[in-house]
Design a protein around this ligand. Structure first.
Ligand code: SF4
Length: 121
C-alpha cells in the first residue's frame, strides 16, 4: 500500500489554489503523476506546506509528519512535489534537494495535470 504525502507552497495552498482540490481530484482519479498508482492500492496521507518562504523549515516539517502519524502507524512511502512549487517557487531547487536528501523515500516531481492553457478563450 502506497501512502502519499504531497508537498506544496504555503502561499498558494488553499489560497490561490482553492481547497487544494486539483491535487486531490487528480489523486482520486489517478491522473497526472498519480497515474502510476492506477493498478495498486494507494492512499493520500497528507498535503504538507513548505512552511513559508524560503522553505527553510521543510526538513523539520517532514520530521513532524512522522511524529504526528506515528501513533496511527502511518508514514509516507512516496512524496509528490506539487505544481505550486514546481512552477512558481523561486526557492524550489534547495527545497526539493532537501526533501530528496532527507525523505528516505522516492520523491516525485508533479501531481495534478489540470493547468489551464488560457484564461479567456
Ligand atoms: S518558499 Fe516557495 S513554496 Fe514556500 S511559500 Fe515561498 S514561494 Fe511558496
Amino acid at each position: 500500500m502506497e501512502k502519499i504525502l504531497i508537498v506544496g507552497c504555503k502561499r498558494t495552498m488553499d489560497s490561490v489554489c482553492i481547497a487544494c482540490s486539483r491535487c486531490m481530484v487528480a489523486f482520486n482519479r489517478r491522473e497526472g503523476e498519480f497515474s502510476r498508482y492506477k493498478d495498486q492500492e494507494a492512499q493520500l496521507l497528507g498535503i504538507l506546506s513548505c512552511g513559508d518562504c524560503p522553505g527553510a523549515g521543510i526538513v523539520t516539517r517532514l520530521a513532524q509528519i512522522n511524529l504526528w502519524n506515528k501513533p496511527m502507524g502511518e508514514k509516507p512511502t512516496k512524496v509528490h512535489i506539487a505544481p505550486c512549487i514546481l512552477d512558481h517557487c523561486p526557492h524550489k531547487e534547495p527545497i526539493i534537494n532537501k526533501i530528496k536528501a532527507k525523505a528516505g523515500v522516492e520523491v516525485i516531481e508533479g501531481t495534478h495535470p489540470y493547468k489551464p492553457e488560457n484564461i479567456f478563450a
